[in-house]
Design a protein around this ligand. Structure first.
Ligand code: SF4
Length: 216
C-alpha cells in the first residue's frame, strides 16, 4: 500500500468508528464490577493474560470473602492465591490485589485515585488498566485502553505500526476524534472476538473490509 496521508487515515479511522458504533451501539465492559471503581481496578488487574469470563468466575468468590478494601488489605496472600488459582499468574496477581488495597487505604484515603499518574502507582496497574478504570469507573475519558484486541485491530487496519501498546494508543488518539474515544475499547474487543479474530480473521464477512488494507 502506498504511503497514506494523515487526512486519509483520519477519514478512514472516523469511518471505522462510525461503523463500530452502528454494529456495537451498546458495547459495555465485559468484566463484572457492580459499578465499584475498586472492584473494577482489581478485575482489570486480574484480567491480564486471562479472559474476562475467567475473571468473572473468581471475583464473586473474592468479594464474598473480602467484601471491603480493608478486608482485602488485611488478607493473607496465600488465601487469595487459592481463590485465584484458575487464572494465569495467580500468585503475582494475588500479591498485587492485597498491595493495591493497602495502597488505596494508606495513600489515597480509601478511594481509588482518578489520574493516570496516581493510578499507575498502584501495584499491577499500567496504562491500559488506568484507562479502563478512568473510563468505565469514573466516566473520565482521556485515552483509549489498548489491549491485545485493540492493538491487533489497529495494526490490521494500519492505523498504527507502533511496536508497543502505549505508542499505538498515541497513534489512535491522533486519528480518532476525542468524542469517539470512550467506546473504542469495548467495541473493538467485541469485533476482535467475533470477526477480526487473532487466529482466523473473517475478512469475507467483515463490515470493515472496504476500509481495511489487510483484507484477505
Ligand atoms: S478485513 Fe479482515 S483483517 Fe481487516 S479488520 Fe476485517 S477481519 Fe480484520
Amino acid at each position: 500500500m502506498a504511503r497514506e496521508s494523515m487526512k486519509s487515515k483520519r477519514a478512514r479511522a472516523l469511518a471505522v468508528c462510525e461503523r463500530m458504533g452502528e454494529h456495537y451501539p451498546h458495547a459495555q465492559p465485559a468484566l463484572d464490577f457492580g459499578g465499584d471503581p475498586f472492584r473494577l481496578t482489581i478485575a482489570v488487574l486480574l484480567s491480564a493474560q486471562t479472559t474476562d469470563a475467567a475473571v468473572n468466575k473468581v471475583t464473586p468468590v473474592l468479594w464474598e470473602r473480602y467484601p471491603t478494601i480493608e478486608d482485602l488489605a488485611a488478607a493473607n496472600v496465600e488465601d487469595i492465591s487459592e481463590i485465584l488459582h484458575s487464572i494465569g499468574f495467580f500468585r503475582t496477581k494475588a500479591a498485587n490485589c492485597v498491595k493495591c488495597a493497602q495502597m488505596v487505604l494508606s495513600e489515597f484515603g480509601g478511594e481509588v485515585p482518578r489520574t493516570y499518574e496516581e493510578l499507575q502507582r498502584l501495584p499491577g496497574v499500567g496504562r491500559k488498566t488506568a484507562n479502563i478504570v478512568m473510563n468505565a469507573g469514573f466516566g473520565i475519558v482521556e485515552g483509549i485502553a489498548v489491549d491485545t484486541h485493540v492493538f491487533r485491530i489497529a495494526h490490521k487496519l494500519k492505523l498504527s505500526n507502533a511496536k508497543d501498546p502505549s505508542k499505538t494508543e498515541e497513534d489512535l488518539l491522533k486519528l480518532i476524534p476525542q468524542e469517539l474515544w470512550e467506546p473504542v475499547n469495548h467495541q473493538w474487543i467485541l469485533f476482535g472476538r467475533e470477526i477480526c479474530n487473532a487466529k482466523r480473521p473473517k475478512c469475507a464477512e467483515c463490515f470493515l473490509a472496504d476500509l481495511c488494507p489487510s483484507c484477505e
